[in-house]
Ligand binder design. Sequence first.
Ligand code: AMP
Ligand code: ZN
Ligand code: FE
Ligand code: FE
Length: 313
Amino acid sequence: MADGDRQPQKYCFCPKSEAGQNLGGLRTLQAAMGRIVADLHAHTTFSDGLYSPDELADHMAAAGLSGFAVTDHDTVAGLADSEKAAHARDLDFIPGIEMSTQLDGVEMHLLGYYINVADPAIVRYTTDVPQKRYDRAEAIVLRLNELGVPIEMDEVASVAGEGTIGRPHIASVLHRSGQVSSMAEAFGRYIRDGAPAFVPTVKVSTLDAIEIIHGAGGVAVLAHPGHWTRHSTLLTLIRAGLDGIEVRHPSHKSWLSTYYRKLVTDFVLVATGGSDFHGHRSGEDRHLGKFGVFEDELSALRTAHHNRLKSVA
Ligand code: AMP
Ligand code: ZN
Ligand code: FE
Ligand code: FE
């Protein structure tokens, strides 16, 4: 990916640039906005998170947050339990989903907040995708076996439990059985994109996913754009109706957050943030309470949802 795509002239906020010197100003602005009240990106055992909804809610409360979202991969199965867990602890709950999508062959994760889980297109999506992910996990296991790595699908399925199966479950089985010394090694040697046992997931187009979320009354937010997204792609998504950008994410350097915030301001989008908490990666706990949204951003997200409901009705 050309650097020019990531940091075009107008949006160049890298620390070396003159504009980068505005970072101090941004921090002052953030301080003036108050504290982070809710973490809008977290996973439970219903996808590839380590913690159940109750355990996750305990972690969020312990981090001093007053609310959180659950954004499991391609499933809404954990939302009812998560809402109960949040409310039992007097926490605000924001229902969500993280959809695995692609545009022009590039993977993009799309967050859908406040979707109606009974919407037929959501029901279809959340039924089809886990089945396709299961089939794909079987294909990865087969490839591993062909490479001489002993691993059984039953064990992977049992680690995934009620959750949608993903590569982290396969990595975990490889680690437990001593085939590799860490999850990272499992990815590095066998299942990272392009590695010998890698099989891609079947993904919907990001543009279709935006429509599915909107049809279900939800707010469509691009997750961690810093991973994969070119500037031109961001503009395409915004033209297609993207409502918001995940500005704050542990993987974003501060200049990237500044660049996304400028896009949000220029195009009147919603800014979100979250820790992308899975519970099983080292150091993740320290992100809790630091990545999330301020009160006014949470209100803007709710307003975007209410406006969406009016347009669906
Ligand atoms: P999947 O949706 O099954 O393709 O798995 C994607 C998940 O695997 C991501 O959300 C990450 O949690 C994890 N992941 C992807 N690549 C790596 C990597 N190189 N090292 C560790 N975890 C990874
Ligand atoms: Zn995940
Ligand atoms: Fe993601
Ligand atoms: Fe995530």
